[in-house]
Design a binder for this molecule. Structure first.
Ligand SMILES: [Zn+2]
Length: 159
């Protein structure tokens, strides 16, 4: 994972609250900051309105389109890495982003009949995989609404 040390300024009250729990993340910053340490200002006191804070920026691990680097999925949304795509291995995701979903069609897959729709990158229109719209067998129902992205079509970003 890529790590950066950033210096950021926070209103004192917000900082004080955050420091009550050093492992807390400040969702109000819309980025995930995990506090590695908080430094006092040069005179050993927090100033009244702000404080220099050394924070470790931990961005989410992403997958991007192999063609244009558009962010298409979060590592946290991986359900399985053991799927078979058209061109080798594929990952099953609970969500995908910045993609377009094509027309639904019935397809006979190794695990039975499914209604699927191709998934395209919204920027470059590369076909990245497909979405399971419907599974007909009870054991396959868990795939409904989920996304297959081909391993060969996505690249790791921010790892
Ligand atoms: Zn793309």
């Amino acid at each position: 994972m890529k790590k950066q040390t950033n210096t950021i300024f926070l209103p004192f009250l917000k900082l004080e609250k955050a420091l009550e729990n050093p492992n807390n993340t400040l969702s109000s910053l819309s980025l995930n900051f995990r506090f590695s340490s908080a430094r006092r200002t040069q005179h050993g006191k927090f100033s009244s309105w702000s404080c220099v804070l050394m924070a470790e920026l931990v961005g989410p691990r992403l997958y991007s389109c192999c063609n244009c680097r558009n962010h298409v999925a979060l590592h946290d949304d991986v359900i399985s890495k053991a799927f078979q795509g058209r061109n080798g291995r594929a990952f099953l995701f609970s969500h995908a982003m910045n993609v377009m979903v094509g027309a639904k069609e019935d397809r006979q897959l190794m695990t039975g009949l499914h209604t699927v729709a191709d998934v395209y990158c919204s920027d470059c229109r590369e076909v990245l995989g497909w979405k399971y719209e419907r599974a007909y067998e009870e054991t396959q129902k868990y795939k409904e609404g989920k996304f297959i992205l081909e391993k060969s079509k996505i690249v790791k970003e921010n790892w």
